[in-house]
Design a protein around this ligand. Structure first.
Ligand code: CUA
Length: 157
């Protein structure tokens, strides 16, 4: 069988095929070299157990090494616990975030910290604060009438 494909159509087929190869290569590159991947094997925690399960029953900032901290954050209507953290400049913070009620967000403008707080799940993200200053912590997921008041602060000094 010999199908006669017009020349322009052949060119477009090659362009389409090349785009698929390029997109897959980009996804492979980001996944393998930059560690970007969809959340998998997430830790889970039932919303009704948040207040009685360690470490979320005592949310806060805990030093775990030199200039290294673990921030256990409970996002709830309409506050972050803790909502005020102070760290030395250059500190690496391992965030672990969950919610006992509805979906919240934890966003720190000017950084890459942009975390979803989903009931039932524990979301983790690590960030190094290299510049001193006061960072605003915002809920960026509409969560009810107090949403706009849901904020906190990270002071890097
Ligand atoms: Cu919490 Cu919006």
């Amino acid at each position: 069988m010999n199908i006669d494909i017009p020349r322009l159509e052949k060119i477009w087929l090659w362009i389409g095929g090349a785009m698929i190869v390029v997109f897959l290569a980009i996804i492979g590159f980001m996944g393998l070299s930059m560690g970007l991947h969809p959340p998998g094997q997430m830790r889970t925690l039932a919303p009704e157990l948040v207040d009685t399960t360690a470490p979320f029953n005592t949310p806060g900032l805990v030093p775990i090494g030199t200039n290294e901290y673990r921030a256990t954050v409970v996002s709830r209507i309409w506050t972050f616990q803790p909502n005020n953290m102070t760290i030395p400049v250059g500190s690496t913070v391992h965030f672990e975030v969950t919610s006992p009620d509805v979906v919240h967000g934890l966003y720190i403008p000017g950084t890459n910290v942009n975390i979803m707080a989903v009931p039932g799940h524990i979301t983790e993200y690590t960030y190094t604060f290299k510049k001193p200053g006061e960072y605003l912590v915002l809920c960026h997921e509409y969560c009810g009438t107090g949403h706009q008041n849901m904020m906190g602060k990270v002071t890097v000094q």
